[in-house]
Design a protein around this ligand. Structure first.
Ligand code: CUA
Length: 194
């Protein structure tokens, strides 16, 4: 500041005013810190997505939510777990205020499992803790998630998208059982058939 006092073009600044170059330097430093924070957060998202095999729902498949119960894949008799001819399993679920139908699903351990879920009313969320299963269930679309369960046990999960006054009571239940308990190809199973 001493040199600027001798320059008539740069009269001394009043007390409390920070010189422009100091402001610019400080702003640049904060900008760098902010960019570094953004880079760290982006890296966390990318690394956790890769490590956890998470990926955005990729299938865009539309369905008429008003006729789910009348025709097509999501009629009541077709819901639940179905064993495909190749031994893999497809699970069809309807999310609605305020339950997942069927309420309890049985799936085999160590087997490719494909969840197909749609909503009859508003947006719900389907999530199984400690797995890569985590999707929004949007009316008008079929959410599809593929996974494979490593160990037997029960996954009890709440709907994780606020869907109305009964949201907190909307739970689903996936029971992972030994392979031989899940029946023959094309046979449908629920927790009750165990
Ligand atoms: Cu369904 Cu919240």
């Amino acid at each position: 500041m001493a040199e600027s006092t001798s320059n008539p073009l740069h009269p001394p600044l009043p007390d409390g005013i920070v010189p422009e170059e100091v402001v610019i330097r400080t702003e640049k430093r904060w900008l760098m810190i902010m960019l570094a924070m953004l880079a760290v957060m982006l890296a966390v998202i990318v690394v956790s997505a890769i490590m956890g095999a998470l990926h955005p729902a990729s299938n865009v498949e539309v369905i008429d939510p008003t006729t789910l119960h009348l025709q097509g894949e999501f009629v009541e008799s077709n819901l639940g777990t179905a064993v495909e001819p190749d031994g893999s399993v497809t699970v069809r679920i309807i999310a609605e205020q305020y339950e997942f139908v069927p309420r309890c699903l049985q799936v085999p351990v160590g087997t490719p499992v494909k969840f197909r879920i749609t909503s009859a009313d508003v947006i719900h969320g389907f999530l199984l803790p400690d797995t890569n299963v985590n999707t929004m269930v949007v009316p008008g679309f079929v959410a599809e998630v593929r996974t494979r369960f490593a160990k037997v046990g029960d996954y009890v999960m709440p709907c994780h998208e606020f869907c109305g006054l009964g949201h907190h009571g909307m739970w689903a239940h996936v029971r992972v059982v030994p392979r031989e308990q899940v029946g023959k190809p094309l046979e449908r199973v629920t927790c009750a058939t165990q």
